[in-house]
Design a protein around this ligand. Sequence first.
Ligand SMILES: NC(=O)c1ccc[n+]([C@@H]2O[C@H](COP(=O)([O-])OP(=O)(O)OC[C@H]3O[C@@H](n4cnc5c(N)ncnc54)[C@H](O)[C@@H]3O)[C@@H](O)[C@H]2O)c1
Length: 326
Amino acid sequence: MHVLVIGAAGMIGRKLVASLLGSGHVNGHDITRLTLHDVIMPEQPQTTIPVDVKASDISVPHEANVLVASKPDLIFHLAAIVSGEAEANLELGYRVNFDGTRLLFDAIRIIGGEYCPRVVLASSLAVYGAPLPDVIDDTQHLTPLTSYGTQKAMAELLLADYSRRGVLDGIGIRLPTICVRPGLPNKAASGFFSGIIREPLNGQEAVLPVGDNVQHWFASPRSATEFLMHAASLDTALLGAQRNLMMPGVGATVGEQIDALRRIAGERAVRLIRREPNESIARIIAGWPRLFNPARAKALGFKAETSFDEIINIHIADVLGGVVKA
Ligand SMILES: NC(=O)c1ccc[n+]([C@@H]2O[C@H](COP(=O)([O-])OP(=O)(O)OC[C@H]3O[C@@H](n4cnc5c(N)ncnc54)[C@H](O)[C@@H]3O)[C@@H](O)[C@H]2O)c1
């Protein structure tokens, strides 16, 4: 099986590649070739599986045609401009998040014939927007309140239509906010949800731009990878016409996140969180979902953590090698 990962140099992309190479197969099929693509050159992994690494901009016409010319059987589409940057740069967000996706799907369509790869699209809970019920179920309408959420919703519709027409066999997974995001902060408006855990665990100060009662929906990077792998193996006949689905996660308020940090790393870690209200971030977050009842995804076998303590412990184990500096 030939697997193509687009957005392979990103946070989730790198973890997914490690997982694909660690397992060596998807849904009982050996991975015989892997192509890693991103606008920045992905790292060349050390493995016995043949791996091509490629750098180009997916939103430039013909780049997607070059990528799919070798007819990969499974495509993970993770490339995106994240929420804060898509809000700040309207043209860039629509070009990469929507035009890039359309160019990819059309490149698949143009090959035609029997070619119908499984396409796993990384969508987001940002497709939902206020007014929202306290608990969102699988029948909730999509009313995104950010350009990023709108771009993801448009990509989802395209995925569903191209699947209906037999161009591709798509599944869109709406990821919770992935926490704790390792490495440096990015331009996502949700970045502080990870920052207030990651920085204190490293003995560094973190900025909290919103109040303690802000509630949100989280899963670990480990779960994100497991969602993608499960989506790649799922029998899509079970999805019917609804090709996009919300993933399970943990609902927690900022206050509950901080309580979990206190239980695991103590008061010294909590004292490293500096409150600095930011109106623009608070406005974006106010339109975001808080809690879900993702019954469909659970029935289809998708699983996440069950507490925020578990999410922090996964970060300590997977990223910090068990060492907390606070
Ligand atoms: N991390 C989260 O909390 C979260 C939540 C919901 C959805 N998602 C979605 O999951 C996917 C992966 O997220 P992530 O956290 O790894 O993000 P990331 O920013 O770390 O990775 C995205 C990758 O896309 C690449 N990219 C950007 N523009 C590109 C272009 N024009 N052509 C090719 N590649 C390009 C970037 O270089 C980057 O490596 C994204 O689609 C994101 O929208 C993430």
